[in-house]
Design a protein around this ligand. Structure first.
Ligand code: NAG
Ligand code: NAG
Length: 430
C-alpha cells in the first residue's frame, strides 16, 4: 500500500495539483466562524452574502460564502445516514440557502470534520465520506472546509493522514461537482508534502488568535516542521513565522492556508491588521474574511478592499513571497524582509516590524533580488507603495526610482509593501 502510494505521488508532477480545476489563485470569501462561532442561521449567511455584494467585496474577488461548524442537526437521518441540517437555524434547508447564494452570483461552502464529531460536537464525516459528499453536491455545495477534531487517532504519520483526507477528496471528486477542498488538519503530519495532489489548500498550524504576538502555551510549537501538537490560539505573527519555510510547497491549485482573517474583529490595531492582511496576501494564503461584514468600520473596509494588495495575492504567477531575512531588533522583536515575483517582470517586497518601536531600515536590492542575481539587483527600480493611495485615490502610489538601497520607515507592528518594476534602463543593462 505504502509503495503504491509513493509511486503514485511521485509520478504526478506537483504543478498538476488536485485535478478539479479550482483555486488557480488562492480562494477568497467569507466564513462564519471567527465572528459568529456556532451562533449562525440562514439569515446570518444571507445577510453576509448581500453585504459581500453591497460593500463591493465580491467585485474584488471575495466569492465564497462559507458556513462553518454547527449547521448540523443533532443526528444524521436515522434511515439513510445522510447529513441533516439544524432546522431551527436553517428552516428552509441548506439547499435553499445555497440556491439563494447562487442566485446572487456567489459560491457556497460548508464545513465538516474528518472525525466522528466536529470541533463543535456535531456529527463528523469520518467513515461517512461518500454519503456526505453526495449530499453536499446535491445541495449545490462548491467548497468544503474539512476539520480534524475527533479523528480517532487516525493521524501521526503522513500515510494515515493522507488516507483519511484522501477518502473525502475521492468522494468529492466522485460526485462530479467541482468542490473546492480546503483541508483543515492544522499542519499535522505535514500536509504541504502529502496533500498537494488531494486538496486545494491545507492549514499549516493551529487556529489563529486575534492578537499580534501574545504567547499562549496552547499553541506550543516553535516551528511547524517538527510540531507534535498544533494546538490553537496561535497569535497572528507566529503564524507568519510558521509559514516562512513552507513556501515552495504552495502553488496553483494547492495553497498553504494560514487560517481565516481576523481583520475587523477587534483584537489588533490598524497597523497590525495591515501586517496580517499584507502577509497573508504575499504568501498566497486563501483570503477568507472572518469579520462581521454587514457592519464594519471604515478602517476595516479600507484594509480588506486594498485592491493593490489583493492583486499581489491573486497574481497569475501564483508564486508565494519568501522571507529573505529576519533580524532581531535591539528593543525586542525583529525586522523581516520578504520578497516575491509577480507576473510581467514585476516584483513585490515587504518590510515587517514586530519590534515595539518604529524603525527605519535600509533595504538592499541585492537582498530583495537574491533569487534574480547581482546583475539584476544592481539595476534601477520604480517603486509603488501599496499602502499609499495615488492622487486619484488608487492604492499603489508611485514613490520614485531607487538603486542600491532604499530606506524604509516602518512603524511598530506595521508592514510596508512595495511593488517593484525594473526601470527600462536596468532591463537594457541585462
Ligand atoms: C478510508 O476509507 C476506507 C474505505 O472506506 C476505510 O477502510 C479506511 O479506514 C479509511 N481510512 C482512514 C484513514 O480513515
Ligand atoms: C511611530 O510613528 C507614528 C507615525 O508614523 C507615530 O504616530 C508614533 O507616535 C510613532 N511611535 C513612536 C513610539 O515613536
Amino acid at each position: 500500500m505504502a509503495r503504491t502510494l509513493l509511486t503514485l505521488v511521485s509520478a504526478v508532477p506537483a504543478v498538476l495539483a488536485l485535478n478539479n480545476g479550482l483555486a488557480r489563485t488562492p480562494q477568497m470569501g467569507w466564513n462564519t466562524w471567527n465572528h459568529f462561532g456556532c451562533g449562525i442561521s440562514q439569515d446570518t449567511i444571507e445577510n453576509s452574502a448581500k453585504a459581500l455584494i453591497s460593500n463591493g467585496l465580491y467585485k474584488l474577488g471575495y466569492e465564497y460564502v462559507l458556513v462553518d461548524d454547527c449547521w448540523q442537526a443533532d443526528a444524521r437521518d436515522p434511515n439513510t445516514g445522510a447529513p441533516v441540517e439544524d432546522k431551527s437555524k436553517f428552516p428552509d434547508g441548506i439547499k435553499a440557502v445555497a440556491d439563494k447564494i447562487h442566485s446572487m452570483g456567489l459560491k457556497f461552502g460548508i464545513y465538516s470534520s474528518a472525525g466522528t464529531y466536529t470541533c463543535g460536537g456535531k456529527f463528523g464525516s469520518l467513515d461517512y465520506e461518500e454519503i456526505d459528499a453526495k449530499t453536499y453536491a446535491s445541495w449545490g455545495v462548491d467548497y468544503l472546509k474539512y476539520d480534524n477534531c475527533n479523528n480517532e487517532g487516525r493521524a501521526g504519520t503522513p500515510q494515515v493522514s493522507y488516507e483519511r483526507y484522501n477518502n473525502m477528496s475521492k468522494a468529492l471528486l466522485a460526485t462530479g461537482r467541482p468542490i473546492l477542498y480546503s483541508m483543515c488538519n492544522w499542519g499535522e503530519d505535514g500536509p504541504w508534502s502529502f496533500a498537494v495532489n488531494i486538496a486545494n489548500s491545507w492549514r499549516i498550524s493551529g487556529d489563529i488568535y486575534d492578537n499580534f504576538d501574545r504567547y499562549d502555551d496552547r499553541c506550543p510549537c516553535t516551528s511547524v516542521l517538527d510540531c507534535k501538537l498544533a494546538g490553537f490560539h496561535c497569535a497572528m505573527s507566529r503564524i507568519i513565522d510558521f509559514s516562512a519555510p513552507l513556501l515552495q510547497k504552495s502553488g496553483k491549485g494547492h495553497w498553504n492556508d494560514l487560517d481565516m482573517l481576523e481583520v475587523g474583529n477587534g483584537g489588533m490595531t490598524y497597523d497590525e491588521y495591515v501586517t496580517h492582511f499584507s502577509m497573508w496576501a504575499l504568501v498566497k494564503s486563501p483570503l477568507i474574511l472572518g469579520n462581521e461584514i454587514t457592519s464594519m468600520s471604515d478602517e476595516t473596509k479600507q484594509i480588506i478592499t486594498n485592491d493593490a494588495i489583493i492583486a499581489v495575492n491573486q497574481d497569475s504567477n501564483g508564486s508565494p513571497a519568501g522571507r529573505v531575512w529576519k533580524k532581531p531588533a535591539s528593543q525586542g522583536g525583529d525586522i523581516q524582509l520578504w520578497s516575491g515575483s509577480l507576473s510581467n517582470n514585476q516584483y513585490v517586497f515587504a518590510v515587517l516590524n514586530t519590534s515595539p518601536v518604529n524603525q527605519t531600515v535600509d533595504i538592499s536590492f541585492l537582498d530583495v533580488f537574491v533569487d534574480q542575481g547581482r546583475s539584476f539587483g544592481s539595476g534601477t527600480f520604480t517603486l509603488y507603495d501599496l499602502w499609499q493611495k495615488d492622487p486619484s485615490g488608487k492604492w499603489g502610489a508611485p514613490v520614485g526610482n531607487a538603486q542600491g538601497t532604499y530606506s524604509v520607515s516602518v512603524d511598530t507592528h506595521a508592514t510596508r509593501v512595495f511593488k517593484v518594476v525594473p526601470a527600462p534602463s536596468s532591463k537594457r543593462e541585462l
